[in-house]
Write a protein that binds this ligand. Structure first.
Ligand SMILES: [Zn+2]
Length: 227
């Protein structure tokens, strides 16, 4: 079974898919596991949403979630959960908001930057632990949702070619997501989680993958590498 926080990330991503934007969901939890912020990407949504970025290149799920945290303070006991490996901007935002852990489900072999953020003395000193990608259904769904957007809107995009070459299982899953009824915003009702019953390991070529039970359970800890 996929844990509730991972499920929420995937549900948020699915809502983004139904809204016609890049489908990524993000959740921030505190030391007790309580959700203190949850949002999704709104990059290609022109409609303004109060207190959220939308319709601009930086309207990523992680930014919209982390922006709900107070400006001051360190948060070593907070975790940023994301359905997809964050880009360089969002990994940096995790560091700048001083959360203690980043946990992502699916790999992004094209723009994922989870191992490439410790390039300033400030960020290098932060005790940010990075867990992901997660092996199993949850990780595959996180990757495939994002890829499905490109398959639907820009099948010739470089991101599609990279995924086809390095993540064939996620590529197949993305095709099946495209075939689902995108007009149904309830992910479970739309059949998204039915895809979890299919084995769909995801491991980008050359990338380390975090072990997790089938279906996307909690991975073992993995300290981010300094690059
Ligand atoms: Zn991002």
């Amino acid at each position: 079974m996929v844990d509730p926080i991972a499920t929420r990330c995937l549900r948020l991503a699915w809502q983004g898919w139904c809204a016609g934007t890049l489908p990524v969901g993000a959740v921030v939890t505190d030391a007790t596991g309580t959700v203190v912020a949850a949002e999704r990407g709104r990059m290609f949504e022109p409609a303004p949403v109060a207190g959220r970025l939308a319709g601009c290149a930086v309207a990523h799920a992680e930014i919209n979630a982390l922006a709900q945290l107070p400006a001051a303070g360190q948060r070593p006991d907070h975790t940023l959960h994301v359905s997809l490996e964050p880009c360089l901007m969002c990994v940096g935002a995790a560091g700048m908001t001083a959360v203690g852990r980043l946990r992502f489900l699916g790999a992004d072999p094209y723009a994922g930057a989870s191992r490439h953020y410790r390039h300033t003395p400030y960020l290098a000193e932060l005790p940010l632990r990075v867990d992901g990608p997660m092996r199993g259904g949850a990780g595959a769904l996180g990757s495939a949702l994002h890829l499905a957007y490109y398959l639907r809107t820009a099948p010739d995009a470089p991101a599609v070619a990279v995924h086809r070459r390095s993540m064939p299982e996620a590529f197949d899953l993305a095709r099946r997501i495209v075939e689902l009824d995108a007009r149904q915003p309830d992910a479970a009702a739309a059949g998204l989680f039915d895809l979890l019953t299919e084995p769909a390991p995801t491991r980008p070529a050359g990338a380390k993958t975090t072990d997790a039970p089938a279906g996307g359970g909690e991975p073992a800890g993995m300290e981010a590498e300094r690059t």
